[in-house]
Design a protein around this ligand. Sequence first.
Ligand code: SF4
Length: 243
Amino acid sequence: MSTSFLINEIYPCLQGEGINLGKPSLLVRFQICNLRCVWCDTPYTHTFKSDPLNKTEPNGKQKYIRHTLESLIQNIQSQNINHLILSGGEPTLHNLGLLMRSLGKSFSAEVESNGTRIPHLQVPNFLEDDYNLMQWNISPKFSNAGEKIEPEALKHWANLSKTNHSIFFKFVVRKSEITKDISEILSLIKEYNISNDRVFLMAEGITVDSQLANIWLHDECLKYGFRYTPRLHILLFGNKRGV
Ligand code: SF4
C-alpha cells in the first residue's frame, strides 16, 4: 500500500446515495476489488492481469491511471465540485483518509464500500478520526452475490455505526429471490445488531426497467422500517459507462 491511487475514472454526476441522492457530485472510481460478485456492474475495475499503466480500451480511452496524491488532488480540485463519491472497485484498498485530510474541510465525501475491510487496521496512516471525514455506504455482499460476509469487518462497521451517524448499510435485493434475500438480510442485521433505520434496500439490475415500479421492494422497506434507494444513474442513463 502506498500513497499512489489507481483510478479508473473521474466524472461529474448526480450520483449520491441515500440521503445524498441527486446531489451534484464528482465520482472518483478506484481500480481493484477484493471481491468477485456474480452480478458486479463494474467488472472493468478488477479484470486487469498486468500492470495497469498505459492500458487503453479499443476506443483509446485510458482504462485506469496511477495517480500520486498530488496529481489526484489537482484533478479533483480542477473540477469545481466539492462533494465526492469514492467508489470502485473497493475504495478502502486505497488511503481515503489521507486523501480527504489533504483535500481539506471544503470537500465532503461518501464512500461506496463492500464492508470487508477495517481501514484503521489495514490501511497505513488511516486514522480513527478519518472515519468522521466521510459518509460510509457499506454494502455487504452475501450469498446472492456469490460472496461471503467478513465477520470481523462487518462487526467493526456495525459497532462504529452506534456512534457515527454517517454510516449506512445498503443491501442489494433480487426480485426473483426476494424471500431468500430478505431473510438473509434480516439474519445479518440481527446478528450484527444493525439498526433497521440505517439500512437501505436497492433492487439489483442494470436496466431502467429493473429500477422502475419496485413496489415489491417498497413494501419490504415499509414492513421492516428500511429505507429505499433507486440506482439513479441507471434511471437517468441506463447502463452507460462514465455518466
Ligand atoms: S464489491 Fe462491488 S466492485 Fe467489487 S465485485 Fe462486488 S459489486 Fe463489483
